[in-house]
Write a protein that binds this ligand. Structure first.
Ligand code: IPM
Ligand code: MN
Length: 376
């Protein structure tokens, strides 16, 4: 049996802890569903940088590009004393992978699982049924405001002007919008009425790049007559996802809007501990929890590993489709089912979910559920 090679980049802060639990789930799945995984672990992040002056080893990118079947990233924290003269967060590693492997669709599901409370305010009673929140944000991932087209003008060592150009291309918009429509085809539509719908989120009332994005959206949409077209300006969209999340199925948007919207949307799904993601291209894919490295919670075995675990659920689904391996798809489904069932039981929950279980205990409970599901 060929082993699928998973390159693992645990990173720092809580990264290694959540990755440990995600690996546990991958191992259980491979045992139960009968496939082989080979893990290649690559050190990276703050501590590695301190020791070596590099974010990750010299040949790490090549290993990801040439050898990996898929990639799992934990979290990489901001450098402690971040020099204020240059934005530098995850510059060579995170963007090295997103841009270098052309992972153009950043897929961020927003789903509220049973027995999970939204995180709007502790004072606020639950207002949504879990089934009412189940949409996916598709964030463009290789251009927009994240294009490295920026710089400063300095005079006498003073920065007097700074500029970040937002680049939107026809090619970049077209492929990510098509990705969104293809995803909608596979889903069950909006929780409200089961109708398939792709929402174009932009600011085309003001920005040229967004006008192009919306124009390309219309062109792509015309190839999908069975999927409802929907448009939202990003400012209004922040309201709509709070007021009527049940009306959304898939929402596609330029890079920076997706970055901001998915932190907001995480509140609807029970916090960052529940928000998973996949950075997906035509050849490669990298999966990571949306949360950061949260140094203050690190090494205490207390954080919620579900964002990382749901990220490997997405990973196996992607790999299964790519390799045409039903086993991997079944394993992927069983991970999500196990997560939902542990959450519903409510016996093993981390602090953010209202319990006092450890990160490793929640991982163990999910792993046990996967084993049980196979017996039944
Ligand atoms: C995310 C993160 C990154 C981003 C940071 C860490 C550079 O916020 O994945 O959403 O802005 O894309
Ligand atoms: Mn972000």
């Amino acid at each position: 049996m060929t082993a699928y090679k998973v390159v693992v980049l645990p990173g720092d802060g809580i990264g290694p802890e959540v990755v440990r639990e995600a690996k546990k789930i991958l191992l259980t799945s491979s045992e139960i569903f009968g496939f082989d995984l080979e893990f290649v672990e690559i050190p990276c992040g703050k501590d590695y940088l301190k020791k070596t002056g590099l974010e990750w080893p010299e040949n790490a990118f090549e290993i990801c590009r040439d050898e990996a079947d898929c990639i799992l990233l934990g979290a990489v924290g901001p450098h402690k004393k971040r020099p204020l003269d240059k934005p530098n967060e995850g510059s060579s590693m995170l963007f090295g992978l997103r841009f270098g492997l052309d992972l153009y669709a950043n897929v961020r599901p927003v789903r509220l699982y049973p027995n999970v409370l939204h995180r709007i305010s502790h004072e606020f009673k639950q207002v949504w049924e879990p089934d009412n929140i189940d949409f996916v944000v598709i964030r463009e991932n290789t251009e927009g405001l994240y294009s490295p087209a920026r710089g400063v003008v300095s005079r006498a060592e003073n920065v007097e002007m700074a500029v970040d150009n937002r680049i939107i291309t026809r090619k970049g918009a077209e492929r990510v919008i098509r990705f969104a429509f293809e995803l909608s085809k596979l889903r069950d539509g909006t929780p409200k009425d089961g109708k398939k719908k792709v929402t174009c989120v932009d600011k085309s009332n003001v920005l040229q790049g967004c006008l192009l994005f919306r124009k390309v959206y219309d062109e792509v949409a015309s190839n999908y007559p069975d999927i409802e077209r929907d448009y939202a300006y990003v400012d209004a969209f922040t309201q709509w996802i709070l007021r009527k999340p049940e009306c959304y199925d898939v929402a596609v948007m330029p890079n920076i809007f997706g970055d901001i919207i998915t932190d907001l949307a995480a509140v609807l799904q029970g916090g960052m501990g529940m928000a998973a993601s996949g950075n997906i291209g035509d050849e490669h894919a990298m999966f990571e929890p949306v949360h950061g490295s949260s140094p203050k919670h690190a090494n205490k075995d207390i954080v919620n590993p579900i964002a990382a675990i749901l990220s490997v659920h997405m990973m196996l689904r992607w790999l299964g489709a790519k390799k045409k391996q039903e086993k991997l798809i079944l394993a992927s489904r069983s991970i999500e089912k196990a997560v939902a069932s542990v959450l519903s039981e409510g016996k093993t929950l981390t602090y953010d979910l209202g319990g006092d279980a450890k990160c490793s205990e929640l991982g163990n409970a999910i792993s046990a559920k996967i084993k049980e599901s196979k017996v039944m």
